[in-house]
Every structure is written in C-alpha cells, then in structure tokens.
Design a protein around this ligand. Structure first.
Ligand code: ADP
Ligand code: ZN
Length: 723
C-alpha cells in the first residue's frame, strides 16, 4: 500500500518565533520557496514567507491550509539566507528578523489603480458650507483622492462621498505608481584628479570582478570620496546589478540626493523613516522586481527584499547611528559586509575617520584600502588649535572664552560663516533648586531632566518624559530658585546673541527642527543665509557648507569620560568631522577647541593633526585590554518592573555561567542608567577572545533561561551602548 504524499509549506511568520510553522498546500496552489503567503494562526491570519516546501507521508496530519499566495516576486534564497545568518549572529528569533523585511504588506497586493476626483459640469441642488468648501478645493482642477479632498477642505470623507455619488465630482483613474527610470551611465561631468582617478580605477576593477571584497575608501572630508564611489556605483549599474548606498539617517539631505540625481540622471529612490507609505510601497515593489536600480537609504534599506543586489556603499562607515539601538540590535555596516560575503559582491566603506574595526581589518589584510590624498582642489584640512580652559577666565553662566569670541568676530567681520559646536540639546542639562539643593530628575529614569526653554518644558532624553518648568521647587516650595546648570545649544544661542546681536543665527538641533524643516535650515546654512550657526552633532555629518571658515568647539570633553571603550575614538571622529566642516569652500578653514584636558593624548593628536599617532595609541590600548576589534563583546541586559525581582533574576543567571577558555563575564551590576521608563536594569558584559564563538557561548549559557512576567533578557552582540 502506498501512502498519500501531502505537500507541506514551512512558513516563517514575522513573530517572535525561532522557526517556520508547517501548513498544508491546498490542491491547485503552486508554492515555491520564497513565496509570500497568508496563513491562519489561532484566530488570526498572518503574512509570511515560504521557507521550505516538502512532502510528508503522514495521513492523519492536522495541518491547516495556506490560505493565499500573493502574486509578488518571491524573496530570493540569498535574502532568506541573509536573514537566517543575521538571526544566528544576533541571537534574535528568525521571525523577528523577518519582520524587518515585511514592513510594507500593501506592496504584496496587486497594484491598485488610484481613483481621483475632479469637478464635473453638474452643480449640486443643495449647497451646505461643507460642500462649498469641497467644491472650492476641487475647483483647482487637480484630480485628488477622497482623502485629499476631505483633508484639504477640512470635512469628513462622507461629504466627499456624497458629492461623488451624485455625480458632481467625476472620477478619473490615475496610474498606479510612477515607474523607475533607468539610470544614465554617462561618464561623470567632473574630471577626477589623479588621486581620485587611481582610487576609482581600483574600485572599478573590484566591482567588475563581481566577487566579494570589502574596500575601505579613506580620505579626509572634502577629498572627493563621493565622486569616487559614484564610479563604483556606475560600474555596478552598467553590469545590471542593483546598488544600495547607505547613509546615516541624518545625512539623507536634499543636497546629497541632488548630487546622486545629477550623476545618474534619475531621481534616486530613497528609503528612511520619513518616506511616506505610498512611496515606501513603490520603492518596495521596485526593489523586489529589480526595476529600482539605485536606492539611497538609511540602515533599514538593507532589509528591502533585494532581487539582484550587486554593490553596497556604506558612507560615513564609522557612524554609530548604523547600530540599531532597539528591536533587533544589528549593525548595518557589519550586516552590509555579511550580505556581500554571502551574496559574493563587493562592499565599499567610506569615511574620513574610519572606525578602528575597519582599519584593523585592513591591517589584517581582510579589507582592501584605497586612499584619497588631498582635498579636491581645496585648502588643506583646517588648522586645529586648543584653548586650555583651565587658564581662561569666564563669567559664570557663560561658556565662550575670549580667544573664541575674538575669532568668531573676525570671521563674521570678514563676511564668512562661523559654526559653534556643542553636542547638547536643549537649554541646560540640569536644573537645581538654590534653596534646598533639590535636583530635577526624571521620575522614570536615572537621569536628570533637560530644560528645553523654547518649548518651556523639562524633558528626559532617555524616555521622553516631559513636564512644564515649575515656578517653585517641588521639594521645598521656594519660588524663583530653580536654576539651570551647564549649557545646551539653546543657552549657548542666548549667550551668542548677546555677543553678536547682528549675526544671522541658526540653531541646528534635532529637537528644534525635523524632517523638511531641518532640511530647509541645512540648505539655508549651505547657501549662506545664516552666518553664525550653533549646532549639535547634527552639523558634523557629511554636510557641505561652502561659506564656513571657522569652527569653534565649545566643550570638547563632554564625550571623553565614559564607560564606552570607544569614547576616545568617537570623540576623535566627531571633532575631526566637525573641524572638517570648515574650509570646504575657496578659503582655508580654522578650528578652535575649548578643553579642560589639553594633555589628553587624543586632544594632542587632534591639535597636531596626527591621525596615525592617535590611531596607533588607541590600537595599543584596545589590544592590551582585549577590547574590540582585538576581542569580542556582548552585553546582557536584564530588566523588569520590580527592582528586587530584577536583581534576583540577574543574579540567578550567574550560577549558569559556563566555563570557557578566553571568556570573561563581568557582572551582574546595575546598569549605569539603572532605571529607564520605570524599568529596573542590570547588566552583564561578556568579553571574549577574537576567535571565540561568542554566540555559541551565549546560547549555552542562556538555553534554559525563561524570563517570566515583566522580566526581560536582551542580548546585544557587539554592543555600542554601555549605559
Ligand atoms: P567627500 O565625500 O570626500 O567629503 P566630496 O566627494 O563630497 O568629498 O567632494 C567635496 C566637494 O568637491 C564636492 O562639492 C564635490 O562636488 C567636489 N569635487 C570632488 N571631486 C571633484 C572633481 N574631480 N572635480 C570637481 N569637483 C569635485
Ligand atoms: Zn526618563
């Protein structure tokens, strides 16, 4: 007797599940691996991806049927492999990782024609004020959707619907989505200089070879790296591949997108948190169909289900913004390299201040390196001088030293632009009562509340808690004694305004402007509308401000003391990048750095322009401490609503720590920010040798750990946050 063979699909769902679930493939449905399907689970239905198809012999299997197969291009085997590897690497459930690639379910449906409406010849018999407003809006002649008409007229959609029904608004069908245009592969209009030409030739050769290789493109700000990697992109596009250009979110400025468009003759599709749902849908479809050839995106663009990815460029590769801080804690640069490795295509990492990780990979011969020597036709990097703040006399409540003020004045007098850099949002980082010493802390976090004077609130930068600035101290009740301590950009702006009342001042800070508004301010800084700019790290990243000749760093020491092993490296990168904003136009630039630690090796190297010296010192420190990239790290964060319960849970894990060679476990200890959003936090830090399989070690340790109730265990492999 032969058993009936039943076709099965193992379907991965975007839920916190480690593996696919099995479903029966109903008769008449043809399914292949990678297909998007809808399946039932409990009372609900979910969209998932067919991970595997097989047949089974069991006859009494109680499996539910796949309900629906979407008529969309399948997720490629390569992309599925990428997700699996990522899941293994970060010890994150495969389903949670899939979720990153299933962000646009609407794109799985057939493209709908969009209906829009315009005014016909008929006029309504009865006119209400609401109807009149809709007709007023529709008179424009532009066909608009029901929703657009309703929103613009400030009425409910029912009013619009009624007008459609009575034939007063006439329907027209709009094309579903604008198609993607083919990039133009004309040669660059810019004549590359010798150094750029050599670099471009190496990149072209690497891309043409269609093999996996990682190249570090290393050159000071303004040396023309972008022009060079554009050549790599052109080569990949000419070979028919799709290209992803990754940028730290903040650098996705219109100026940059315009450059891409100028070089490749088509608007680049972009992908980041501000992109509207309809455009997301269009990009998603274009990426899966292979029609979209070049995408400029923030880290999450890696998870678009690529059809034929052939090159990833990671610009500003040292940026820690590439590390996702919540959800799946992946590092987009590292995962770009992984994708390239399994997809056998090249990855270009570009930076003026490459990460130590990448530099050491070059030392080890794992990455190729391409140098750009000079600033393209520009003056050399700005001269950097330190101001020893221990020797400066500064009135209390002010932060600018005399030499810095003099320099700003001279810059403004000569018609140039100056930038003051302070990496602190808000007005003041701390508020205390001068009567009783009470300090305004966040009720939910171990953190002080930051005053934001423009918005008249106190705000926690960890959880977003806000409260109005009180008149009286909440502890002792004394009025008018609450005092701001320390500077933020808003307070610095106040001081600056007093000193330079005629300056055209702009503040660049993420909480004062976002999205389009922020892009507008950046454009106005670039075109010289403002001549004095105060900014947080937002200004450090990739912008081109041609009128800027002077940069003053108000407090260079902010980031130096910290439990973060990369603190010196990050401060170095930030200060070099900020200083590098000066002198990108015709005139040379100059930077002054206020510091209380002028003897710190990093500060000395910065002033001497001695990058090699700094990096060599930093490598020695990391190597002797077995820190990345000479060793591996992972953090365990245990959290819960109850302090005692969380502590017990954290300590209970200590008994399970496995013995292993070359692995050291530090902790448990209360996290430096021991309370976030009312949740208590404890940490372990795992330090392992470079050759240790840290994932296997963690799996062994945690295999029987099942947090209950409000308790949670979060694993962070290659952590960048130590708070
Ligand atoms: P980086 O990416 O290294 O900071 P960019 O590629 O942005 O440098 O170049 C800095 C500026 O110099 C840009 O305005 C760019 O258009 C210009 N530039 C770079 N290379 C050339 C070139 N070969 N010819 C003309 N202008 C160039
Ligand atoms: Zn808080």
């Amino acid at each position: 007797m032969t058993e009936a063979r039943i076709p099965i699909a193992d379907v991965l769902l975007p839920l916190a599940v480690p593996a696919p679930y099995s479903y029966r493939i109903p008769e008449g449905m043809a399914l292949a691996e990678g297909d998007y399907v809808e399946v039932p689970l409990g009372p609900r239905s979910y969209i998932g991806v067919v991970w595997e198809t097989r047949e089974t012999g069991g006859t009494n299997l109680k499996l539910r049927d796949v309900t629906l197969r979407f008529d969309a291009p399948p997720m490629t085997a390569l992309h599925r492999k990428f997700l699996s590897w990522l899941s293994d690497y970060y010890l994150e459930s495969l389903g949670n990782v899939l979720r990153l690639s299933l962000r646009v379910p609407a794109a799985l449906e057939p493209e709908r024609q969009r209906m829009a409406y315009h005014l016909g010849d008929k006029r309504p018999d009865k006119i209400t004020p609401q109807r009149a407003r809709v007709l007023e809006v529709a008179r424009d002649g532009f066909p608009m959707s029901e929703r657009e008409l309703a929103d613009l007229a400030g009425v409910g959609t029912s009013v619009v619907k009624a007008l459609i029904k009575s034939g007063i608004l006439k329907p027209v069908a709009l094309p579903a989505h604008a198609p993607f245009q083919k990039p133009q592969l004309n040669p660059s209009t810019k004549r590359l200089n010798k150094s750029q030409e050599e670099a471009a030739a190496s990149l072209r050769a690497i891309v043409s070879a269609r093999q996996h290789k990682v190249v570090l493109l290393d050159g000071v700000t303004g040396s023309g790296k972008t022009e060079v990697y554009f050549e790599a992109i052109a080569t990949a596009l000419a070979g028919g591949a799709q290209v992803l250009l990754l940028l730290p979110e903040i650098a996705l400025t219109p100026g940059f997108l315009a450059r891409v468009e100028e070089r490749f003759g088509v608007p680049a599709a972009h992908w980041h948190s501000d992109v509207r749902p309809r455009e997301r849908e269009r990009v998603w479809r274009g990426v899966t169909s292979g029609e979209a050839k070049i995408i400029v995106g923030a880290r999450s663009a890696l998870f678009l289900p690529w059809k034929n990815l052939g090159l990833i460029v990671v610009d500003e590769e040292h940026e820690t913004a590439y590390k996702q801080s919540d959800g799946v804690p992946y590092h987009a640069r590292d995962m770009a390299v992984l994708y390239g490795a399994i997809g056998k295509f090249p990855v270009v990492l570009s930076s003026a201040t490459p990460s130590l990780e990448s530099l050491v990979n070059v030392d080890r011969g794992r990455y190729a390196s391409v140098h750009l020597a000079d600033r393209h036709g520009r003056p050399e990097l700005p001269e950097v001088r330190l101001i020893d703040m221990r020797a400066e006399k500064i009135a209390s409540g002010t932060w600018l030293s005399d030499p810095l003020i003099a320099k700003v004045r001279a810059t403004l007098d000569s018609g140039d632009q100056a930038l003051l850099f302070l990496n602190r949002r808000g007005y003041a980082p701390l508020t205390i009562c001068r009567a009783c010493g009470h300090r305004m802390d966040c009720p939910l976090c171990t953190a002080s509340l930051v005053e934001h004077r423009f918005r008249r609130i106190l705000m926690c930068h960890h959880c977003g808690h806000q409260e109005p600035v009180p008149k009286a101290c909440p502890k002792c009740g004394t009025e008018e004694k609450l005092t701001p301590v320390g500077p933020g950009v808003e307070r610095l702006a106040e001081e600056t305004q007093k000193l330079f009342p005629d300056a055209r001042l702009a503040i660049l800070s993420s909480d004062l402007a976002r999205g389009q508004m922020l892009r507008d301010v950046i454009r106005e800084v670039a075109d010289g509308t403002h001549n004095l700019v105060i900014g947080t790290q937002l200004v450090a990243k990739g912008h081109h401000f041609p009128h800027l000749t002077f940069v003053g760093v108000v407090d260079a020491d902010l980031a130096l003391e910290s439990s973060d092993p990369r603190a010196a490296e990050r401060t170095w990168a930030l200060l070099s990048q900020v200083a590098g904003r000066a002198g990108r136009g015709e005139k040379p630039g100059e930077a002054l750095v206020q510091t209380y630690a002028p003897d710190h090796p990093m500060m000395r190297a910065l002033a001497a322009g001695d990058r090699e010296g700094f990096l060599n010192g930093e490598k020695r420190i990391r190597e002797s401490a077995h820190l990345p990239p000479y060793g591996r790290l992972a953090s365990l964060i245990l959290s819960g609503n109850d302090g005692l319960e969380t502590e017990r849970f954290a300590k209970s894990l200590a008994r399970l720590i496995p013995e292993a060679k070359d692995v050291e476990v530090l902790g448990p200890a209360p996290a430096p920010i021991a309370l976030v959003r009312g949740r208590h936090r404890w940490r372990y830090l795992v330090k392992a040798g470079r050759d240790v399989d840290i994932q296997a070690y963690l799996r062994l340790w945690l295999k029987d750990v099942k947090p209950k109730g409000s308790l949670r265990l979060d694993v962070d492999v290659d952590p960048y946050n130590f708070l």
